[in-house]
Design a protein around this ligand. Structure first.
Ligand code: WT7
Length: 629
């Protein structure tokens, strides 16, 4: 890991409308934070009381470095918090989910309807032999049935593993095998930019490599309905239609697993991050409510796909636990035109809008006239997540989308943290370029490699010092990889990001410290892309770097050496791109492929990506004493 380094900070500051602060859920950040620090257990105890439990906890937390348990021995089911308790009260007929398709078609589920759908599908899964603790893989487009499937698993205590619909067959198969999933839930197709994505076909290809899969549930969307293979496949609609309507929730221990979600690792295979029922419910509920300041009549739209953690925590579990109206869409931000998102905001009266910097930068490019065509005056809170929100993008978002009125919460967190950890709480002064301070409930710091805090203006490693309720509990089947997070820098959790603090304690995220590349907000491991390239018959070796890009944050550039007898050509480049797409999905396709005679390596044979990167960016490669020759 690198040493600490100096960072020049230029600061601008925005004071939010004073009304924001007065009305915010957390009206006084400093007071709330010190209350948390004074007694963290009492702080989380108070929040957890707001949820519904079958049985109380003996202790709020048990911390046995690096293993934590939260709400020890307490019993709950997250779905009764997301559904039953709303249905029992005045939210029965409140829209829980409003879905928009690509062509503008719309479906709404009230809390009462969502509750019924979830119970039926849960019974359907039970009829296929799914039991508490079994793993179920979900590979679906962004339709309401995806949310139903996740909640149905949680209802019966099955552990879901959602795989983003943009992944390819090999990536899907690898995740199914790692989780040893019994059932796969998919759809015939997804729709994207007027084209169909053949999910079922990709799933079929994957399933040919996954012995653990017993049945594949297929949601059929196309007309006429595709024929399914009765030996393996089950029709989603008939499974639900045949199922009993009432499904009491499985009583789960707070520490029972709720889901596995894969995230790219810096080396080797993706990691199955394990989250548990109790702490995750509390952490996502609290942050949704307080960071976004959710009110009863809000219309809440987080643009993430549930295939990522943002979708798990802030499309599904957090917002439904809070009881808000959640907007989801299968559409893309600029299809059929760059006004697509703003039209949706106007049509549905969206009040809270949460998206990624890469989308904001894309909107900036299309120009101010697109948002200007629509009435965005219902917006009240704006959010950003996934990568640094650069000051230019902040300014544009603040003025062009928020009309200079809406606070922006730039939320730093990870698949592993499960919930927001750093942001500027509503009402606090906002500094473009800085995510903000640790939220009440999180102890986050910037340190050197021995774990000592670095002074303001000095870059270092972003770490978390205390356990938090929604922290990952392990890496599925690989506890060693879990421990690595906690034993890289003494006494703390290493996030893998570089960051810097200013005099006021605001944190700016600089970028990853390891071999992960964040492309348009998606975390891609260099190792995965390299191994996909090397699996092509023409390729001898490959090295992949992230290259800064004004739109996507980073793009992937691959350096490739070819096998003897093969020569570079445009056709080959195209073929390699296609090969990566087929294997890992479009998100992982290199934007550039450069052919080389050999790759820079250490004497011990490790590829030195940083040398390639420095050369690419015209920078000093740093210490190259280990470079061969
Ligand atoms: C990595 C985690 C958490 C949901 C989306 C990605 C980067 C995330 C921010 C932010 C700067 C950010 C970090 C982090 N990141 N949010 N607000 N500012 N960087 O989840 O795939 O687990 O990726 O995304 O590098 O470590 P993920």
């Amino acid at each position: 890991m690198a040493e600490s380094f100096a960072v020049k900070l230029e600061e601008r500051c925005y004071l939010p409308d004073p009304r924001c602060r007065a009305n915010a859920r957390v009206p006084d950040y400093a007071r709330e934070y010190s209350e948390f620090v004074r007694d963290p257990e009492a702080f989380w105890d108070r929040i957890a009381q707001e949820l519904e439990w079958y049985g109380p906890w003996e202790r709020v937390r048990e911390w046995n470095y690096p293993y934590a348990k939260w709400f020890v021995s307490a019993k709950l089911n997250i779905t009764t918090n997301c559904l039953d308790r709303h249905v029992a009260g005045p939210r029965r007929d409140k829209p829980a989910i409003i879905w928009r398709g690509e062509e503008g078609e719309e479906r709404t589920y009230t809390y009462g309807e969502l509750h019924r759908e979830v119970m039926r599908f849960a019974n359907g899964l039970r009829s296929l032999g799914v039991e508490k603790g079994d793993r179920v893989c979900i590979y679906m487009p962004l339709v309401p049935e995806l949310v139903v499937a996740m909640l149905a698993c949680a209802r019966i205590g099955a552990v879901h593993s959602v795989v983003f619909g943009g992944f390819g067959a090999d990536a899907l198969a690898m995740r199914i095998n790692d989780a040893d999933a019994k059932i796969l839930i998919t759809a015939d197709v997804g729709y994207r930019r007027g084209k169909t994505i053949p999910l079922r076909e990709i799933a079929k290809e994957a399933v040919s490599q996954t012995p653990s899969i017993e049945r594949v549930v297929v949601l059929r969307r196309e007309e006429p309905a595709v024929e399914i293979d009765p030996a393996l496949e089950v029709d989603y609609a008939s499974l639900t239609a045949k199922a009993a309507p009432d499904c009491p929730a499985e009583v789960m221990d707070a520490e029972d697993p709720l889901f596995i979600l894969y995230t790219s690792g810096s080396t080797g295979a993706p990691k199955g991050i394990v989250h548990t029922c109790g702490g995750y419910a509390v952490g996502t509920y609290y942050t949704t409510k307080c960071v976004f300041d959710v009110r009863e009549d809000d219309v809440y739209w987080c643009t993430a796909d549930p295939g990522w953690i943002t979708g798990h925590s802030y499309v599904v579990y957090g917002p439904l636990a809070v009881g808000t109206t959640v907007v989801i869409t299968e559409g893309t931000p600029d299809y059929p035109d760059p006004g697509a998102y703003w039209r949706l905001v106007e049509d549905l009266g969206v009040t809270i809008f949460y998206t990624a910097p890469t989308a904001i930068r894309m909107f900036m490019r299309y120009g101010d006239e697109w948002p200007a065509k629509y009435d965005l005056s219902t917006l009240r809170v704006l959010g950003s997540v996934g990568e640094p929100l650069n000051p230019e993008a902040f300014e544009w978002y603040y003025h062009r989308i928020g009309g200079g009125q809406c606070p922006i919460v730039d939320t730093w967190w990870q698949t592993e943290t499960g919930m927001h950890m750093v942001t500027t709480m509503i009402g606090e002064p906002m500094k473009p370029g800085f995510a903000g301070k640790p939220i009440p409930g999180a102890v986050v710091d910037v340190v050197d490699k021995s774990g000592n805090p670095v002074p303001p203006g000095t870059g270092g490693f972003l770490v978390i010092r205390e356990p938090w309720p929604s922290m990952m509990r392990t890496v599925h089947g690989n506890d060693e990889r879990y421990c690595k997070y906690w034993n890289t820098i003494p006494g703390c959790y290493t996030a893998g990001d570089l960051a810097v603090k200013d005099e006021d304690g605001y944190i700016m995220i600089i970028g990853r410290a390891d071999d992960l590349i964040i492309v348009a907000g998606h975390n891609i491991g260099t190792a995965e892309v390299e191994s996909a390239l090397v699996s092509h018959e023409a390729v001898a070796e490959a090295a992949v770097i992230g290259k800064p890009d004004p739109l996507k944050g980073n793009v992937i550039k691959a350096f490739v050496t070819l096998r003897v007898g093969v020569s570079p050509s445009d056709d080959l480049t195209e073929d390699l791109a296609h090969h990566v797409k087929k294997s890992l999905g479009p998100v992982a396709v290199p934007a550039e492929i450069e052919y080389m005679d050999r790759l820079p390596k250490t004497r011990s044979g490790k590829i030195m990506r940083r040398v390639l990167k420095a050369r690419e960016l015209g920078m000093d490669p740093g210490d190259i004493s280990t470079l061969e020759e």
